[in-house]
Design a protein. Sequence first.
Length: 408
Amino acid sequence: MKKVNLEKIQNEEYKICPEFSKEDIKATLDKIVKIVDHMLLKFHDDSFPRACSKGYVYDSVGNLKWDSSNNESIWTTSFWTGILWLVYEYTNDEKYKIEAQKHSESFRQRIDNYYNKNEEEAGLNHHDLGFLYSISTVADYKLTGSKRALETSLMAAELLSKRYIDKAKILQAWGDMSDENQRGRMIIDCNLNIPLLYFANNFKEDNEFYWMAYNHAKTASQYIIRDDASTFHTFYMDTETGEPRFGSTHQGYSDDSCWARGQAWGIMGFPISYRYTKDLEFVDKAKCLANYFLNRLPKDHVCNWDLIFLGEDDQRDTSAAAIAAIGLLELSDILPKTDKTKEIYKNASLYIAKSLSENYLGDNLEGILKSGVYFYHGGLGIDEYVIFGDYFFVELLLRLYKKWNSYW
């Protein structure tokens, strides 16, 4: 196993549980329900929020019949569906379930379009099928037992499996599998796409999907994590020999910096792989990533968009903060009581959740979590609502509020 540096957590504050009670969490969730109710007036049936807002107002995008102008939302429509499932779990109000199940049918139509040779319209020729289907149709199946939602989820997993390259032991990221410029590229985001394969493996006679997910996680653990516990966003493998080539970035500040959301995908994703595989390497690596992340937080416990930026006035990315906080909870749940970091990770997650609730909650009913960043270098969604940040913040709060059966 590759040795990665485990920094000592510097902030002594994380040894103390913050004052952020279940009543405080409930109060924030109640505010979010009001936001979701307002958003439902605009976003229902085949109308979804775009990936990021403009001036803190989301435009509408459909889930079907994709075109290039909608490309930034090609992987994000499910996060609105996921929010509806989470709010349904919190409130037990059937209206959220009814709307979310309409979405399940939309996602079924989308994958049917793919198999009916309308591949471009379907917008599924990429690695993000786990994001699209885990929190839409998998959630539907887990909450309602819908056989159609299960069937749709298994179809999505089958399609995702076609991106697996056995020699490199990765899921190919982005675009056309035959494109030589993209061949052999994996990204850290796929830590949250492979749970779809783990889930679907339960319904297969062989363990093919399990090994695809597990091998990808092991390859990412070996190469996408640097020796100092920072991470590359992307890494290229030789698809003929299986040898590592080089790491780079697409969304981070530079090839040798540490994109905050990428680090968060690692903090959350590796413990999820442990949950399915019981491979302790994933726990060890997640701890290294978590400590590196926590040691680079501003005073309000909410990370800047790339961890190379340490200033109090630099641009935050609240979406990365929410994702990382969920990962810290996953880590805390895994660790034995004898591990001193168990409570530290739980406390750190609470500090982040408290800060997000008090300082970054949406105040215009048009979105949930302010100060997100979609793609900084692309000038897209900077200091805006981002729909995945909205989703992960609600998931974080629900995890803190009650015992929750993960969609991942």
